[in-house]
Write a protein that binds this ligand. Sequence first.
Ligand SMILES: Cc1ncc(COP(=O)(O)O)c(C=O)c1O
Length: 415
Amino acid sequence: MKIIENSESEVRYYCRKYPVVFQRAVNAEMFDTEGHRYIDFLASAGSLNYGHNNPYIKKAVRAYLEEDYPINMLDMATVAKTEFLESFTELILKPRNLDYKIMCCGPTGTNAIEAALKLARKNTGREGIIAFGGGFHGMTLGSLACTSDRGSRNGGHIPLPYVTHVPFEGTPGIDSIAYLQWLLTDDHSGVEKPAAIVLETVQAEGGINVASAEWLKALRQICTEEDILMIVDDIQVGNGRCGTFFSFERANIVPDIVVLSKSISGFGNPMAILLVKPEYDIFKPAEHNGTFRGNQLSFVGGKAGVEYYVQNEMEKETARKAEIIEEFIRKEILPIDARITYRGIGMIWGIDLGAINPDLAEKVLKLCFEKNMILESAGRNNSVVKLLPPLTIPDEILAEGLHILRDAICAACKA
Ligand SMILES: Cc1ncc(COP(=O)(O)O)c(C=O)c1O
């Protein structure tokens, strides 16, 4: 830990929040160098939906490593890439009747968001983007301009132009769809017609704000009528997190561009892709590129990940666990204080303590950490406790974590 404190940049974050040195991790448990065990309700910010060291995925990655197969290959044709594209198409796209071209981006979510914004601008010849208050889309300048929270935006130190933020569904006192319609149709709204609307169907960092199916449908219709591209950022809430592989399936809509990263590599290796309707797939060769858009271990893990997802009926499993979580929140956590509210879907839930005290969520995280549990806060003033365990968490560990959380909220409310 000393070397981290002395040598690593001041920008470090999680290692301050959880000041132990982690050594091992298995499914929803992490172990530090002293042998202490921690329950993981963070899943590396949603990049480990299938758990740490998932045995099925690890077997494929290890088998690949045993041979002298290539590891990084730019975007050359390789067996690993071919097999990933085949599996993803057969197991995920085709059963959902989705016809997308798959674009391999640099390995981070933010790089894929940059690609999506560039592609929307290239297709429409327009510059502007509409994003939502509460949205998080990454930290590079284009994506940061779409990200709404001040803390992140302040790090940019230059203007973050070409993006207009509008209220998300549920913003108090505002009919967000009516507002958007006014903005796009009133020739005195002061806002140019944008290239794209970018959104998370469930705002994760924004405090677990779940858009309704009706709202998503209305948004899709506006995009179609106004000839604006709909970009769904499924980086955190895709890959099964919401109970279906894509978060937008519940609304029965088809976005023009879908952005996937985090758990798409199955094993936690870096990877990001765009799914693009064929008519919008117009980048010239290498017009968006990146050295690490061909990480072969990510393709291997990604193939095994979608196989694991289908073979283990993760949708059923997530629905079952979602019920366990929601029932626990209703029965055990809401009675602690009438001001507590909650939101969520699938395996992403938020317990909003902001009405009691905006600082309470951080206190709860500290108390949970003292009981060897890792989780994160989100939302306005970080006042929402965010539950994001691996989808594969065993029932008994899920229950153990929920009890630790309940006790922590109880203790924080009484203090
Ligand atoms: C919804 C969403 N979009 C984009 C990003 C940025 O991804 P990355 O950190 O890999 O750049 C994140 C990261 O948390 C995210 O949750």
